[in-house]
Design a protein around this ligand. Sequence first.
Ligand SMILES: NC(=O)c1ccc[n+]([C@@H]2O[C@H](COP(=O)([O-])OP(=O)(O)OC[C@H]3O[C@@H](n4cnc5c(N)ncnc54)[C@H](O)[C@@H]3O)[C@@H](O)[C@H]2O)c1
Length: 341
Amino acid sequence: MNCIITGGCGFVGSNLAAYLMEKGGQVTLFDNLARHGASTNLSWLRSQGEVSFIHGDVRNLSDVDALVRNLKPQVVFHLAGQVAMTTSMQNPRNDFEINVLGSINVLEAVRQHCPEAGIVYASSNKVYGNLSHLDLVEGPTRYHPKNNNFGVDETAAIEFHTPYGCSKGAADQYMLDYARGFGLNTIVLRHSTIYGGRQFATYDQGWVGWFCRQALESAADSERELFTISGDGKQVRDLLHVSDAVRCYVAAFEHVKQARGEAFNIGGGIDNSMSLLELFHVLEDQLDVKLKYRRLPWRQSDQKFFVADNRKAERLLDWSPKVTRDEGINSVIDWERSQRS
Ligand SMILES: NC(=O)c1ccc[n+]([C@@H]2O[C@H](COP(=O)([O-])OP(=O)(O)OC[C@H]3O[C@@H](n4cnc5c(N)ncnc54)[C@H](O)[C@@H]3O)[C@@H](O)[C@H]2O)c1
């Protein structure tokens, strides 16, 4: 496979690149290395085998145009992005330029130079707003919906909240419209929480890794400052291990002819769902630590419950997640430990 991965030095991109390199793919990474950890991921990928790297910015049409014109890839995995809701509130224009303009640049370059290529886009559960229509019950450790055992499917109403929701949502809709209007082979994958190794989690993005790190630091120093959580900790997400996400990107490309122009909710599913409080209980048990934290107000438009209903992806992409949340959390603890040492 001759592929381009925009954002290829990020968390998901570097895991996808490593997988494709191992399978003998011809992989080109396109990244501006803005994310903390991206340079480290690039060095790691270079140590794994043959990979091309182009330093460039998706906001810059001439960078993207030259990239696609020169390589004429079979597929572009478009993962480069401004990835956090919080930072989109601080700088909406920057968020817009990276996520919307950057995505248009990718679409236009493919339309001009290799319209047969696939484009698989990393979208977000944030395209569904705060999902206020869900009838939720508040349990002792989590919110859960009445009468819904499968999670949220793709028929949920699109509703963009926050600049990040608007920019990811706009790009998501452009991707679908370029399939409709220009016949491009685009597929949209809507995720909530992806977790695993090579993620350099921050306070703003990557909550599983972030809280595993807080727990390890609490275990090492019981006097450390309290860490913070937003909301009451009962908000639920389904955890998608990055190795399952990688398999999904590959499955999307393999099924692009049947699934072009479609959006898919992709997550760990109901069996791998978890609230913050439930993660804390697991970490307290595993690391023999008492977690002490302080509560902040809810983040803007935070969903109290999002679990992806994966059934459309099972049907059309022949994909379902395999890694259990317990296996996955152990792998993140190992990754965070390796970073501390
Ligand atoms: N990780 C998750 O839980 C999650 C959830 C939903 C959606 N997504 C989406 O998946 C994609 C990948 O996420 P990730 O967790 O790997 O993020 P990441 O921040 O680790 O990776 C993004 C990469 O894009 C690069 N980048 C940023 N701006 C750029 C620009 N202007 N030009 C070129 N490169 C640029 C960064 O340097 C980084 O290497 C993103 O689009 C994100 O919105 C991720």
